[in-house]
Design a protein. Structure first.
Lengths: 116, 115
C-alpha cells in the first residue's frame, strides 16, 4: 500500500522568503509523484509531477520539486514566496505498476500562509 | 474545453434524504475518479471508472454509497440514505488514457452538508 506524509499542516513564511513544503512517501514500486495546489473554494490544480528521468522537476508559478529515492522524499520549493501562493498544497503518489491508472493517494495537505 | 463540470456546487440536505452528485468529465478522457475531502481524513479515492466500467470501488465507505457512469460524458455518485458524517467536499476528476503518467484534472467539487 502507498502512503504520503506531509510534515506540517501549516507553514508560514514571509513574502519573498523561501518556501519549503515537505513530502515523504512509501511505495513498494517506483512511484509517480505529484504536487497539487488548491485555492479556496476551488478544485485541485497540478503544480508539477515526477514520473521518470530528471529528478528535479519544474512546475508552474516558479515551483520545483526534487525526487530523492534514497530519502523517499519529494519536497516542494519556491525561492521567493508571493502573496498569491497562499493556498493548500497536496502531495500525491500513484502506483506505476498499474500503468498509473489507479487513483492518487494524497497527503493530508499543507496550508501555506504568506506573511506580508 | 470547459474542464470537469460538477453539479451542484453546494448541497444542503437533511439526514435520511437521498443525495445525487453529478459529474461531466473532459471530453475524450477515459478515466473518471470520485474523491471525498474531509478535515479528518483528507482526500480519499472513493471509486474510479475506465471506459464507463467501475474498476476499483474499494474506497466506497459503505453500501449507502453508489456510483454509476452510464456513458462517457456523465457520472453520478449517490448517497442513500445520507448521514451527517457524509458531510464533505466531493471531487470528480478525469484523465486521458493516452499516457499512464497523464494528469488528473479535477472539477471544482460539490460541498455537501447533511443536517
Amino acid at each position: 500500500a502507498q502512503s504520503v506524509t506531509q510534515l506540517g499542516s501549516h507553514v508560514s513564511v514571509s513574502e519573498g522568503a523561501l518556501v519549503l513544503l515537505r513530502c515523504n512517501y512509501s511505495s513498494s514500486v517506483p512511484p509517480y509523484l505529484f504536487w497539487y495546489v488548491q485555492y479556496p473554494n476551488q478544485g485541485l490544480q497540478l503544480l508539477l509531477k515526477y514520473t521518470t528521468g530528471a529528478t528535479l522537476v519544474k512546475g508552474i508559478n516558479g515551483f520545483e520539486a526534487e525526487f530523492k529515492k534514497s530519502e523517499t522524499s519529494f519536497h516542494l520549493t519556491k525561492p521567493s514566496a508571493h502573496m498569491s501562493d497562499a493556498a493548500e498544497y497536496f502531495c500525491a503518489v500513484s502506483d506505476s505498476s498499474g500503468g498509473g491508472a489507479d487513483g492518487l493517494t494524497f497527503g493530508k495537505g499543507t496550508h501555506l500562509i504568506i506573511q506580508p | 474545453d470547459a474542464g470537469v463540470i460538477q453539479s451542484p456546487r453546494h448541497e444542503v440536505t437533511e439526514m435520511g434524504q437521498e443525495v445525487t452528485l453529478r459529474c461531466k468529465p473532459i471530453s475524450g478522457h477515459d478515466y473518471l475518479f470520485w474523491y471525498r475531502q474531509t478535515m479528518m481524513r483528507g482526500l480519499e479515492l472513493l471509486i474510479y471508472f475506465n471506459n464507463n466500467v467501475p474498476i476499483d470501488d474499494s474506497g466506497m465507505p459503505e453500501d449507502r454509497f453508489s456510483a454509476k457512469m452510464p456513458n462517457a460524458s456523465f457520472s453520478t455518485l449517490k448517497i442513500q440514505p445520507s448521514e451527517p458524517r457524509d458531510s464533505a467536499v466531493y471531487f470528480c476528476a478525469s484523465r486521458p488514457l493516452a499516457s499512464s503518467t497523464d494528469t488528473q484534472y479535477f472539477g471544482p467539487g460539490t460541498r455537501l452538508t447533511v443536517l
